[in-house]
Ligand binder design. Structure first.
Ligand code: BES
Ligand code: MN
Ligand code: MN
Length: 479
């Protein structure tokens, strides 16, 4: 029996195993789900043990600064074959998921996974619908199932290749404890040569891709305080600052008319997009027919919504340029009907996506300094740094990256594209700066998988492609 035969034979059992994992509501950001997070980690730990790994849960402890929830890390190793001379791969994934809200927009219970066909008008085939289906349990499962098939065919889950497995439980809530974990385990992690992550996407169905870079992130929460109490807007309006109005006025200055970020020195460290990349990305858009128009259509917008920093294409803006976003803004009365009030304070969540050479802590400081320089008269700021992460770019000459390309090609019969992503995966920057490790992102998600949104899905064809690709990568490493 070949490894591909084993995968084919296991298909429905593999789906069932993933469904079992998806049933565990491992929402890392919400303390209510603390036990379930641990249970989801334990589930993965048990799977890895069954596959012959030496696996354990590592406590990340109670975090005194209140920033982390201390969900355990799953850490697993397997003794490689004596004769193995390839790279030692660190496979990273996360078992935690995003919150489900707004719950009323889910067509089925987010933690009662259903396998169903596309609705009329929807693209794609059969899919598993559940929170975490593609981000990231389903993608981690593609790797676990490849290991299972190898164990069945060769007696060894990685066919003798050196793998260390690290599954995090706090990725979706900012990886607060990961840096300390990496520090504490530096000696063992240093033995690995390259990191491998399946937590990204492809160009489209049947257009597999390796992602060679993700952006960094700096995430903040800001509050503007004025009066020491909420006020009657008739009695006080026009006599003192309204913090919502003032906050909006300040934040409206974040971008200039070319949609460039106005914070002084913000672009100082930004590495310009190389001519070679600009050409490659333009060619990719040409070859695949993925255009601003075609992608905007998927979110209900037309060509005129191709809006962003001037002088850059839609791909360049996502993959190679930094951005500033207001992720939430609140204050005052938001209930039913009217209430004439001037609130005492107003708040916003503001985050920045960063590119190569930008440092999240520097950007956050620049932003806070900019806010302070614009403090509205009679008001005061309360500024919080929530979390951050560095962006990374994988050197395209990496030998393991080439093996991953070859594995994807063997699994799908098509040559994979080389893409970047605008999303962020904080561990990659940490491994690069702390241990010098490069990361290869081999992911199987689609643009319309609704990551972080209601009705998140992972298409069965993508799930199977992922299993095959990981099985072939193990083959590439060991042959
Ligand atoms: N898997 C995503 C990131 C991603 C998705 C990268 C698709 C590339 C393609 C990851 O779980 C995620 O959501 N990351 C967060 C950052 C985190 C610090 C909350 C993000 O990008 O917002
Ligand atoms: Mn993810
Ligand atoms: Mn995510």
């Amino acid at each position: 029996m070949t490894v591909l035969d084993a995968l084919a034979k296991n298909k429905s059992a593999a789906q069932q195993r993933l469904i079992d994992w998806l049933r565990i509501p491992s929402i890392s950001t919400d303390p209510k789900y603390r036990d379930q997070c641990r249970a989801a980690g334990q589930w993965a730990c048990d799977q890895l043990r069954e596959l012959g790994f030496d696996a354990k849960l590592v406590e990340t402890g109670d975090v005194k600064d209140g920033k982390g929830s201390g969900h355990p890390v799953v850490l697993a190793t397997i003794a490689p074959k004596q004769s193995y001379s390839g790279p030692h791969v660190l496979f990273y994934g996360h078992y935690d998921v995003q919150p489900v809200d707004p719950l009323n927009l889910w067509e089925s219970d987010p933690f009662n996974p259903v396998v169903r066909a596309a609705r009329t008008g929807q693209a794609g085939g059969e899919r598993i619908v559940a929170r975490g289906a593609v981000d990231d349990k389903g993608q981690v499962a593609t790797f676990l199932e490849a290991c299972r098939a190898w164990k069945q065919t060769s007696g060894h889950a990685t066919n003798g290749a050196a793998y260390t497995i690290l599954l995090e439980g706090e990725e979706e809530s900012g990886s607060a404890n990961l840096e300390r974990f990496v520090k504490d385990h530096a000696a063992m992690l240093k033995k690995t040569d390259v990191c491998l992550i399946s937590d990204t996407g492809m160009v489209d169905r049947d257009k597999p891709a390796i992602t060679y870079g993700v952006r960094g992130l700096a995430y903040t929460q800001i509050t503007l305080h004025a009066s020491n109490q909420d006020l009657h807007s008739g009695l006080w309006g026009g006599r003192c600052p309204n913090p919502i109005t003032e906050l909006c006025y300040v934040l409206s200055q974040l971008h200039d008319k070319d949609r460039r970020i106005t914070i002084p020195h913000f672009y100082d460290d930004v590495r310009p997009i190389s001519q070679a990349e600009r050409e490659a990305w333009a060619k990719l858009s040409n070859d695949t027919g993925v255009t601003a128009e075609s992608t905007l259509a998927k979110i209900g917008l037309k060509r005129d919504a191709d809006v962003g920093e001037s002088g850059y294409t839609f791909i360049e803006r996502e993959w190679g340029r930094p951005t500033a976003e207001i992720n939430g803004i609140w204050g005052g009365y938001t209930g039913e009907g009217a209430k004439t009030v001037i609130p005492a304070h107003a708040s916003a969540k503001v985050s920045f996506r960063l590119v190569a050479d930008q440092k999240p802590e520097v950007v956050t400081q620049q932003f806070f300094n900019w806010l302070k320089s614009k403090t509205p008269t009679g008001c005061r700021w309360e500024l919080e740094d929530l979390h951050g992460g560095y962006g990374v770019t994988t050197p395209t000459e990496s030998v393991t990256l080439k093996k991953a390309m070859r594995a994807l090609e063997r699994a799908t019969g098509t040559q994979p594209y080389m893409i970047k992503s605008g999303g962020s995966i904080p561990v990659a920057g940490m491994l690069k700066s702390m241990l010098g490790l490069d990361t290869i992102f081999m992911g199987f998600g689609l643009d319309d998988d609704r990551v972080h949104s209601p009705n998140e899905k992972f298409e069965i064809a993508c799930f199977e492609m992922g299993m095959k690709a990981h099985a072939m990568l193990i083959d590439e490493l060991t042959k």
